[in-house]
Design a protein around this ligand. Sequence first.
Ligand SMILES: [Fe+2]
Length: 316
Amino acid sequence: MTAKVDAVAGETAATVSAHAATAATTVSRAEPEGAAVPVTYGASERPPRGDYSTARGDYVCDQNWSAYTPEQHDRYRRLYADRIARLPGLACDEFLDALAAMEAADAIPDLDALSIPLKATTGWTLVAVPGLIPEDAFFALLAARRFPVTVWLREEDEFDYIVEPDIFHDFFGHVPLLFNPMFADYMQAFGRGGLKAAALGGLEYLARLYWYTVEFGLIDTAQGLRIYGAGIVSSGSEPRHSLHAPEPARVAFDLERLMRSEYKIDTFQATYFVIDSFEQLFEATAPDFGPLYARLQRQPSHPAGIVLPGEKTFAI
Ligand SMILES: [Fe+2]
């Protein structure tokens, strides 16, 4: 769980929007004083981006929606139009249908307003946060069915590439599937698992699970492989790469195999894991991970991009 954010600077646009994104993987614990003190990266000199001065003890802050400028709303509108145009036939129907129903194409979304239909559908609410937050705060919010969304929007020169997650990545990438009941339950189960993982030595494995599912997951559908991962859908060029490039390994989801697999943070992914359904994902998180973590700690990791003998893969 070391900080790796700097590593992505200057690299392919594609991956990045994502990854920073895993708050769970990139931020070390906050200072004991709490939310008033900015979080710090474990291995980076660069402070996290965002104003932490108004955040409360759980890192939640006010969105202050009226403070967004016309230029920022316009940039969000163009980001939305650019990314949505790349997704037909590539993103899964659950994502596209929910995104369309949110009617959030025209302006930076008001998180409180969008929480009303979300709460009515799956019991989740959206909460504003200043930026990346410590993993324990992140897990606690997910366990309470509260999804943290960064309040700030990227600058114009970050249109194609951004290192840390902004409101566009967090909202466009993550929120649509929170309307899916099974995926919504999976996210809460992930948060609950995260609260237990540190004591079990499992944070690294849980970060891989988040990365390869929530951020970079693919799903097998009757129409063929589709994207559901937030890091892919919010990226400019990874959608097509993830489904149509010949290089990456597209491997059938297997929890233990996935948790043994390293991932790329500075290029397109070399491996994607493919689920059959969101139900499969949720059921994989049902068992106690304690024995699994103990087993994983005795085994070497697999490098990204390999296919193991006998493993089910998906051709493009
Ligand atoms: Fe993300």
